[in-house]
Structures are given as C-alpha cells and as structure tokens.
Design a protein around this ligand. Sequence first.
Ligand code: F0G
Length: 450
Amino acid sequence: MDYPFEPFKIKMVEPIYMTTREERERILKDAGYNLFNVKSRYITVDLLTDSGTGSMSQFQWAGIMQGDESYAGASSFERFEEAVKKFTGKKFVIPTHQGRAAEKIIAHVLLDKGDIAISNTFFDTTGANFQYQGAILYDLPSPESKNIFSEKMFKGNMDLDRLEKILKEEGKKVKVITMTLTNNTAGGQPVSVSNVKSVRELATKYGVLLHIDACRISENSYFVKMYEPGFDNKSIGEIVKETLSHADIVTMSAKKDGLVNIGGFIATDHEELSMRFKEMLILWEGFPTYGGLAGRDLEAIAIGLMESLDEDYLKYRIQQVRYLGEKFRNMGIPVMWPTGGHAVYVEASRFLPHIKRENFPGQALVVALYLEGGIRTTEIGSLMFGADRDVEHEFVRFAIPRRVYTRSHLDYVVKVMETISETKAHIKGLTIEYEPPFLRHFLVRLKPLA
Ligand code: F0G
C-alpha cells in the first residue's frame, strides 16, 4: 500500500531528541519499566495516545488569538456553541474540560447504586465514572469482534441479541446504553449507522436513554462512507449528524476528533437533562459558557471540529494507520484486522508466545520498543485490566497522533519492529514490584525476569 498524500504543509516544527541504547536502558530501569514514567524528551516517536497530541492548523492558532476570556457570555462560547450544534445537530451544548468530565456529569445525573449501564465496550474512564456511581456494567461487543484477524468491517458494533436479552431480563434497572464510536477498547473498530439505529430502536422500546461517546465520530463516519451501503453519496458531516440523531446524549473528548489539545462537551436535545447537567457543571467545571476551558480553547475546538469533517484529511488519516498496520502484517506480526481509526493493535501473546500471561507479554513488547528505538506505545491487556476483567487479548496499541508524524517516522517504527522480530526470542517477561489499587497501569513499577 502506498503512503497517503498529506493534505497539509508543515509551518512549525518541534525537535525530536535522540537517545542512546545505554541511556534508554537506564531510563527504563528508573521508570520501573512503565513508559508513563518516562519524560517525553526521552521519546523518539510517541505513540502512547492520539488524545490531545495532535497538531492544530493555522486557522485554529489564529482562532486562539480571538479568545474572549469573559467569565459569562463570552463570544468564544457563541462560536463554540454554534459549531457544536452544527456538528452534532443537538440543541443544548455544555462545554467540559475533557471527555471524562462530561462522563462524570452524566454519570452523576443518570445513575444510582445498582443501576445497569450497557455498552458495545466501555472505555476505561467512562466505565470507571459509571461504576463510581455504583452502576453495574455490561460490555456487549459484536460476535465478529472475537475474530481479531478476519476482514470483516464494523467489528465495533453492539451485540443486538444480547442487548435485547438483558433489556428484557433487567427491565427498568437499565438506565443507559453507551455506544463508543469508534470502539477504542475493542481496537478502534468502527460501528455502523445501522447498528446504532437498531440500538436506538431497542432503547426506545425499553425506555432507556442512548448515550453516544463521540470522541472519534469523524473517523467512524469515514468508515461508514467507505464501507456501509447507502452512505457513499453523503458528506462526512451528514453522516456524523445522522449517527448522532439517534442519541439522547452525546459526550465528546475533543482531544481526539476535535483536533485540539484539551476540551470536550455534552450535547443533547433534552432541555430538562441539559439543566441538570449544567447544575453539576457549575459545581465541578465552571460556568456554562466556559465549562473548565479558556475562551481560546473554545475557539480552537469550534474550528477543529469542522476541519475533522474534511474528507481529504480523513482519507490521509485512516490510510496512514492502515499503512503501518499493513507493513506489520506483511512482516508476519499479528495485527488486529482491519486496522481501525486511530491506532494499530498488535497481539503480543501471539508475537511473544514464550512469555506467560502473568509476565505481561504486551508490556514486554512495549519495553522492547522503547529499548530498541525510543518508541512509546501502550499495553492494553493483563497489565492494564488486571484482575478486574477477563482479558482475552494482550494488545500493544500504536496510537497515531493526528497530523503529527510523517512517513519516515512510521517507516522508522517499522524498522524497529523488524529488528525486534528478528531477536524476539530474547525478550523477557516482567513481574510487578509495586501496584496501586486502581487503574494500576499508570503507576505500576515492574522489573524484568532474571
Ligand atoms: N472515551 C473514549 C473512547 C476515549 O478513548 C477517551 C480517552 C475518553 C472517552 C476520555 O476522554 O481523555 O478527554 O478524558 N482516551 C485516551 C486514549 C486517553 O489514550 O485512548 P478524556
């Protein structure tokens, strides 16, 4: 596959610092073999996350200069509100400082102890905020998602049969259904509009609210346009609005498809709910015309949301991810297929079959990537989920920041993976030295097996 044409030129650059292997050995040891503890200046290619790590355009930077920092009624909020309304098609718009702040607010308003919430797959912060309210969670990914190497599209879908079964059995205890688009925890796989529509029908039938986590809705809509029958003549903007028309509540971390470094929002057509969200917003985030953000941030989001709908940009974006995935796959590396919207996921227990699950094959690959080439990735497997969840796969996520890295950076990642592949029999597993009680992957300290 050819590398996609980048529909932009570079106007400002940030240096990358190189490190030696000896330095990286020492840095890893000091960091307890946890890449969250490594300073970014010691990273050569940073694929830890696509969240808040993208480059802004000249129009966004120009917008920042217009930031109106008034506490109430800022004109920046007017521009933000208008853009979010246009993007989502929803009437009421509530800014938040990032995605999880929006999740915390809706969780508080919608859920009580013992209530049930269902998702195609909850992202960790969404699930954690809902659980914090005492809710019981069900992840219902589609049966197709089980085969991580099949060609099938829309593996991010919800399992509709299981959804109806739970709705029937649990009745009024189910308070909300959350559709995560794309499905990050399940490999950034897209969700079809017809699946969202069917979930809507069931939600209506059983009187449950439908919440869409729209972090990566522009990327999801590009897949819909390309692969879902009946959408090829629609614009990405139309597909985004059509998808979200099925939701009662939309939350979005604008750090992804908002193409900004910070920000988020809640959007809904329900006036009463919007008032209750605003009450909590004022308590936790700020007045409803800034919601934990500066006026300049609101300007950047308003512009970024619209830029994310550009088809040339999305084509480049999705193909860049696919390029890396194909290079890996051609080398015989087990890659979740098809590649999703924002990252390439490598199945490390198959890549490093000599490392036992309890010695974290995913984290062993994360460590090897840093040691060999200063590349930072993240483990999504036994280390991240620990004893809390059944872990089926040991993934390493290569998340690609938006509009940041060029072909030579990705080719460098491929070269490092090639070297690792040749010497992988020598890679060692790890054991835990220290672990915190929650979300352990952030603070855990490890050491390699002797
Ligand atoms: N929902 C999804 C699907 C996400 O991927 C994230 C963040 C959030 C919600 C929370 O948004 O970070 O703005 O509070 N995902 C990042 C990641 C952290 O690396 O995948 P936030």
